[in-house]
Design a protein around this ligand. Structure first.
Ligand code: AMP
Ligand code: ZN
Length: 488
């Protein structure tokens, strides 16, 4: 039993119910989230899913759990696209650019890591890669074969869905039954090696033009689409861990097949709670590379999309993302971003007033109840929009105290300050402008003024004036005095 008392309830996609969260191992939580396939720069839709899981990770930490958060990087493997074709997305780009597959992955991983910093996402405990775990994948496939649930054909290995169905239930997560799948899947053609249409590849024999190839007991080839997550989640979190997450679009077939692989190799569903984050849409349609309706996170920050009329800071985007519950779709529009910007500024302003509020002998509002409402919101399946609503109740209260229309005691003010800071900075992961500007701007100005001083020492008046005038255009006035240079 956990010693951390919590009232957290999580919507479990396995049964469609909100369940009380009881970790498997006392006070420790293991969470695995399917990470990106790095053949292009992650778009804002991808980021929404990772930001949602960042929020979930942050709240588990806030509750006091020791959390191991594993999010993989897909840098190998073939997927089956909607047309039933076998595609190596990374290899395709590598061929076009005439470089190695891992050069493509590296290039986009640098961008992905930068985006995580910009969006203030906590780094996971580990970001393991598929190519670093080929041996583990082979071992899992061998176990599935030993258990009679996979077969080899001509150097490829397939999962035997019919044999599996005799011992376990295929479709337990997605609710998609094999009979129903038959209707929506193309029929097997003569060249198909599979025994049954729903069987899926665990290992694919190498094609002569494959960019990445590994040795295996079945000959040279590549892992199938789903096996890396089974290998890496098991390696880092064990056969049965607390939470497995990913975007809603991964529920079928990816997560369904992961469950089948884990049950087939190790006898149990890998995770106690399955969580699925909903999609970021554009005009009601899922943002996706293949629909060509995507925008990149940096384009929104820099204001270079042709959709939004101005740039929005990363904090405002993060705030906007959290105005929708993770299980609801979200349409990103100028209206939603403008509203988020206003809200963010109001919250920021109220927080900056906290240390200037007058103290009274009594509080005109039940502050403990107000603070509890933050926990209640997040305990209800990580309801961030509800948390925001409660934070805005607090903003109203702060403004009333500041206007002399409400009161607060010293203890209540201390509680309110601590918990507002914690929920805004640590849980929602927002950096308030007042907080950022003061500390960061000081450092930047020291650097700029030093450079200007060097220019002046060298009698390079053009550069020195350029710096002074440039700063003036952004509202920073530089003054040269007897005691040195100051700015305001
Ligand atoms: P991928 O790199 O395509 O494997 O996607 C990485 C993650 O982003 C997966 O968890 C997807 O479910 C998620 N994802 C893809 N498109 C969207 C979208 N439009 N909104 C939210 N999440 C998405
Ligand atoms: Zn996965």
């Amino acid at each position: 039993m956990s010693t951390i008392s919590n009232n957290l309830h999580i919507y479990n996609s396995l049964n469609g119910q909100k369940e009380k969260f009881e970790p498997i191992h006392k006070d420790k939580v293991g969470i695995y989230v399917c990470g990106p396939t790095l053949y292009s720069e992650p778009h804002m839709g991808n980021m929404r899913t990772f930001i949602n899981f960042d929020l979930i990770y942050r709240y588990l930490l806030k509750l006091g759990y020791q959390v191991k958060y594993v999010r993989n990087i897909t840098d190998a493997g073939h997927i089956t696209n909607s047309a039933g074709e076998d595609v190596d997305s990374i290899g395709k780009v590598a061929k076009l650019e005439q470089v190695q597959s891992l050069e493509i992955v590296y290039k986009y991983n640098v961008k992905f890591q930068e985006l995580q910093r910009i969006y203030n996402m906590l780094p996971p405990s580990i970001e393991p890669t598929a190519t670093g775990h080929i041996q583990e994948q082979i071992e899992i496939i061998e176990k599935i074969i030993e258990n009679g649930l996979a077969y080899e054909v001509n150097g490829s290995v397939y999962f035997d869905v019919r044999a599996y169905g005799e011992k376990f239930e295929y479709g337990i997560l997605s609710g998609r039954k094999v009979d129903e799948l038959a209707e929506e899947t193309r029929t097997l053609n003569a060249q198909d090696e599979k025994r049954f249409f729903a069987d899926f590849a665990l290992w694919k024999k190498a094609n002569p033009d494959d960019m990445q190839i590994w040795r295996s007991p079945w000959g040279d080839g590549n892992p199938g689409w789903h096996i890396e997550c089974t290998a890496m989640s098991t390696k880092y979190l064990g056969n049965h861990f607390d939470i497995h997450g990913g975007g809603m679009d991964l529920k079928f077939p990816h997560h369904e097949d992961e469950i089948a692989q884990n049950c087939g190799a190790l006898g149990c569903n890998p995770a106690k709670y399955w969580m699925h984050a909903n999609m970021l849409n554009v005009n009601g349609q899922k943002m996706s590379k293949s629909f060509n309706n995507y925008f990149l996170p940096k384009e929104i920050i820099e204001g270079t999309t042709n959709v939004f009329e101005k740039p929005y800071p990363a904090n405002v985007l993060r705030f906007c993302m959290m105005q929708a519950h993770y299980r609801s779709t979200l349409d990103l529009s100028s209206d939603s971003l403008n509203a988020a910007e206003k809200g963010f500024d109001r919250l920021s302003e109220a927080i900056s007033k906290l240390d200037k509020l007058p103290i009274a002998d009594s509080s005109s509002l039940d502050v403990k109840a107000l603070v509890n409402s933050y926990y209640n919101a997040m305990d209800d399946d990580f309801n961030a929009p509800m948390l925001q609503a409660q934070l805005f109740e607090s903003v109203k209260y702060i403004n009333s105290i500041s206007d002399g229309n409400a009161t607060i005691t010293v203890d209540d003010l201390s509680l309110l300050t601590t918990e507002m800071h914690s929920f805004v900075y640590d849980v929602l992961g927002l950096e308030m402008s007042s907080q950022q500007d003061d500390s960061k701007l000081d450092g930047v100005m020291d650097l700029v003024l030093n450079l200007r001083q060097q220019a002046r020492t060298n009698k390079d008046w053009t550069t020195s004036d350029q710096i002074r005038d440039g700063l003036a255009t952004v509202g920073i006035v530089v003054k040269d005095g007897k005691d040195g240079t100051s700015w305001k």
